[in-house]
Write a protein of this length. Structure first.
Length: 318
């Protein structure tokens, strides 16, 4: 079942990370929908040729599109992007906001790397930036509405991941997760993998707490696109690993942006997902139960409080 004229597709979808891979594929899948199911699009990404290109491609498919330049590693940029979105909504340049898609993500190869605000880069972009964006726009969502966060199964290692040496999350206090590592030597790819897994576990915790605080007409879902090696997510990795990822991406059964983008568009727009709430975890096109470690009310509460603390200065500065 697809969207009805009174559903998500009758309004506006804001999506971060729209210029490449999964984000670009999802944007074009939404823009290519029939007119009655096609949302207006607010594309939040780094200003430049890539953002302009995907916006033009979406317009060519019939969508009403606005570009909002934003570096998610700078919280001031995120707050400015939210203000730009509020302005467009307030003056009727786009239809009511029905969905917010936190698609953008990074996996820093060096956990000493800090965002512009001094936070560990992976945690800053994958969690803090989107928490700020959601917080600034939560009151502008018009029900029925959806918030879709990009998750990953890497928070918990299964047998194949253990064989490949992919680390699982090692949860710490959120304020500790937000601190860059110190020292002269790069702690290495294992530490980077743990930081990425922690950021994805944080997204699940945040989704559960966000649902408790959101209005009745707002659903919170987490989407896992499947393993997509070779995408821009690992652009900070060594060249040899990036080349290996591109090779693995050609293996049968491996997810690709071309396949997973329309799946993300479906989770954002389609009525088949209308009954889901509470950070339901959708892997490709199936609802999947998360492991017990991903449900922890005390961790969820503490993450929310720490996030509010870390973002307070940015909000006060506005």
């Amino acid at each position: 079942m697809t969207t009805t004229e009174s559903g998500i597709g009758s309004g506006t979808v804001l999506i971060t990370g729209p210029t490449r891979n999964l984000g670009r594929s999802a944007v074009l899948a939404m823009a290519g929908r029939p007119a009655a199911e096609r949302p207006d699009l607010l594309l939040v990404g780094r200003a430049g040729a890539d953002l302009a290109r995907v916006a033009d491609e979406a317009r060519a498919l019939g969508a009403r599109v606005h570009e909002i330049g934003c570096d998610l590693a700078r919280l001031a940029d995120v707050r400015a992007a939210a203000a730009a979105a509020r302005d467009l909504l307030g003056r009727g340049a786009v239809r009511p906001l029905r969905a917010l898609v936190a698609n953008a993500g990074v996996s820093s190869s060096d956990v000493r790397t800090a965002s512009a605000d001094g936070h560990e880069l992976t945690f800053a972009v994958n969690h803090l930036a989107h928490a700020l964006l959601v917080g600034e726009l939560l009151d502008r969502l018009t029900g029925p509405a959806r918030i879709v966060l990009l998750g990953s199964n890497v928070y918990s290692a299964n047998l194949p991941r253990k064989v490949m040496g992919v680390p699982e999350a090692k949860w710490r206090e959120p304020l500790d997760l937000a601190r860059p590592a110190t020292g002269e030597k790069n702690p290495g790819l294992t530490a980077s993998g743990v930081a990425y897994a922690n950021s994805k576990l944080a997204i699940l915790y945040y989704a559960h707490e966000l649902q408790r605080r959101a209005a009745a007409g707002v659903q919170v879902l987490v989407f896992e696109p499947g393993w997509m090696p070779g995408t821009a997510l690992g652009r900070g990795a060594p060249a040899a690993l990036r080349a290996m990822g591109r090779g693995l991406a050609r293996m049968p059964g491996v997810s690709t942006p071309k396949r997973s983008g329309p799946a993300l568009a479906s989770v954002v727009l389609d009525d088949r997902w209308a009954g889901l709430r509470d950070g339901a975890f959708v892997v490709k096109d199936k609802v999947t139960e998360v492991r017990p470690v991903a449900h922890d009310r005390e961790r969820e509460r503490r993450l929310w409080a720490a996030t509010e603390h870390l973002l307070a200065g940015v909000r006060a500065g506005g």
